[in-house]
Design a protein around this ligand. Sequence first.
Ligand code: IYR
Length: 223
Amino acid sequence: MTHADPPAHVALDFNRRSADEMRRRAREHYEDVARRRSVRHFSDEAVPLEVIEDCIRSAGTAPSGAHRQPWTFALITDPLMKRRIREAAEAEERENYSRRMNAEWIRALGPFGTNAEKPFLEAAPVLIVVLRHAWDEDEGARVQNYYTQESVGIASGFLLAALHHAGLATLTHTPSPMGFLSEVLRRPAYEKPFLLIPVGYPVQGCEVPNLERKRLDEILVRY
Ligand code: IYR
């Protein structure tokens, strides 16, 4: 018996919904994601890791250039590794806040009360580092990837939405530059740190900046 190759195309699994159902689902989704806020004050309470794993599965369903899936998600719970990441991130951020960011940038961050101290990198029970495969390697040979920024950006959005939907708080943290993460996590040169996401529960009484979002008419142009 010969072994058949899998078919190149299969039937699409698509849910055709009524207009009413679509209206309800779109509104529900909007109302849910509108409640997501970046959290900078995490409790140290542990989170169920199987929830995080399913959220990373969701991230891995994102579309990507030529379906290269150019991402790795590093899941960090080890307190010593979190401490090393915090120390290295704070060292970079001290440079940023004291020298590298200009006055306009510092002013723009005023409402958020951020500074070079990053206690959430140790307090949050989980850190996820999203890594972007600038290229891949196949037995040492370089394999080109496509639209990796777009692909990994979309996957990160899927991840944040999944974590929020599951009931977890997140922060999108971009210590800069992020080269120290490659060293701490011992990742290969083709994996570039893209985003550092602390995940957990907010501390009791957690406050967030009182922000407004742009209205639909400010973000939508119709043709
Ligand atoms: N990376 C720095 C500074 C910072 C920059 C922006 I733009 C933000 O929206 C928030 C912070 C930090 O993490 O403090």
